[in-house]
Design a protein around this ligand. Structure first.
Ligand SMILES: Cc1cc2nc3c(=O)[nH]c(=O)nc-3n(C[C@H](O)[C@H](O)[C@H](O)COP(=O)(O)OP(=O)(O)OC[C@H]3O[C@@H](n4cnc5c(N)ncnc54)[C@H](O)[C@@H]3O)c2cc1C
Length: 374
């Protein structure tokens, strides 16, 4: 039986960066994925993900995001794929007087993040394609932007393999047995030895560990729309249009400009119904599409009546607080759970990989917010 120091199950953004970092730390590593790295069912399998530093009072994520942006850029330069990050800038709008806005600005200042405070008039002047139905205040992060998610994950896995990680396209079994496991099943007939076992299975975690995680992580259906802009209309592509998150409206919308001519992406950051990531149908619902169209008419009149050019159905893997879950499995000495991206995890892949590598090496203390009991 082949044995590895570390076996990572799940090659989404968390597992890919974890495997890569463990390998850089000198370990022998196997990385498994049941459906392939950055596959269509995975939360990391989408076209694009926003990377922003604005996190209100949740400053730990501002820090992690800043570290991750530097790491993404360095990594993508190293593997000669800098185009997988688009520095579109990120606009964060919230209601005037929203306490989160003040907390956010203070956290950005403390962490040395470059940003501009914009009044509503300034936003409307700079981004005339946007409309607001109530008074807003805004932060603009000119150096933040968008990662081409699926291709970023695949780039990390490719580089991990170049550096000696064994990528295995197979389903990994659930840890069982004594307090210290020594092997795990791969597929129906084989096993591999594992010094430590890391489950980075995203929305599959509650399915794999129902007793432990069934109530702690919920996979929810999320629908995403790409609208086609008019021929030659560049108002909804960079540099005219940034990525945008809107906290001023209970619909919690976010938009990604037209990248690589795939269309203007619009979605709502609210949790849909609970789903099974293996079996959910990936076809958007008519009522969600109607809501998206109505939103566009109101807030992006230049896109009213724009045709759908693509849709995606994905799932979040939400913890109750929205914090990641990165902790040791309570029944095993050498089994770790890494997940709970909760709709905002993608950007943090590099920081998660670094954190897990150091946690397993015993060179850092664990962060209470990521604990199973936290
Ligand atoms: C619509 C949408 C928009 C989002 N927008 C943003 C954004 O703008 N910015 C941001 O930072 N984040 C965003 N997120 C969140 C982010 O995409 C996720 O938090 C992140 O991708 C989770 O990564 P993961 O590696 O934990 O899970 P996944 O990417 O789901 O990876 C888990 C992997 O494990 C594999 N697997 C599962 N079980 C097994 C098994 N038994 N054996 C082998 N393999 C297995 C699966 O095949 C899968 O590839 C968004 C998410 C969605 C759905």
């Amino acid at each position: 039986m082949t044995s590895y120091d570390s076996v990572v199950i799940g090659a989404g953004v968390f597992g890919a960066w974890t495997a890569y970092r463990l390998r850089l730390a000198g370990k022998s590593v196997a990385l498994l994925d049941a459906y392939g790295a950055g596959n269509s069912r995975a939360s990391s399998g989408g076209e694009s993900r926003i990377i922003r530093m604005s996190y209100g009072a949740d400053e730990i994520y501002t820090r992690w995001s800043a570290r991750s942006l530097a790491a993404w850029k360095a990594f993508l330069d190293e593997v000669k794929a800098p185009g997988l990050f688009y520095p579109t800038g990120v606009l964060w709008t919230s209601s005037e007087g929203d306490a989160r806005a003040a907390d956010n600005r203070a956290a950005l200042v403390r962490n040395g993040v470059t940003f501009e405070n914009l009044t509503q008039l300034e936003v409307e002047k700079r981004f005339p394609q946007l409309r607001f139905s109530r008074p807003i205040t805004a932060v603009f992060e000119p150096e933040s932007g968008v990662l081409l998610a699926r291709r970023c994950v695949q780039a990390v896995v490719r580089e991990a393999v170049v550096r000696g990680v064994d990528f295995i396209h197979a389903i990994g079994g659930v840890a069982s047995g004594d307090r210290k496991i020594s092997s795990v099943s791969i597929g129906p007939h084989a096993r591999i030895g594992a010094g430590e076992l890391i489950y980075a299975c995203g929305p599959w975690l509650p399915k794999m560990f129902p007793a432990l995680l069934g109530d702690r992580i919920r996979a929810t259906r999320q629908e995403v729309f790409f609208f086609g802009t008019a021929a030659s209309d560049r108002r909804f592509a960079p540099p005219a249009m940034p990525a945008w998150l809107d906290y001023s409206d209970p619909r919690r919308s976010y938009a990604i400009p037209d990248l690589e001519s795939r269309g203007f992406k619009l979605a709502f950051d609210r949790h849909g119904p609970e789903v099974d990531p293996d079996t959910q149908e990936r076809i958007v619902q008519a009522d969600a599409l109607a809501e998206a169209r109505e939103f566009l008419r109101e807030r992006f009149p230049g896109l009213a009546g724009a045709p759908i050019v693509e849709t995606r159905v994905c799932q979040y893997e939400n913890t109750e607080t929205g914090d990641f879950l990165i902790d040791r499995h309570p029944d095993f000495e050498n089994v770790w759970l890494v997940g709970g991206g909760s709709g905002h995890g993608f950007k943090h892949g590099p920081a998660v990989g670094e954190y897990v590598e150091r946690l397993l090496a015993g060179t850092i203390n664990s962060e209470p917010r990521f604990a199973l009991t936290g």
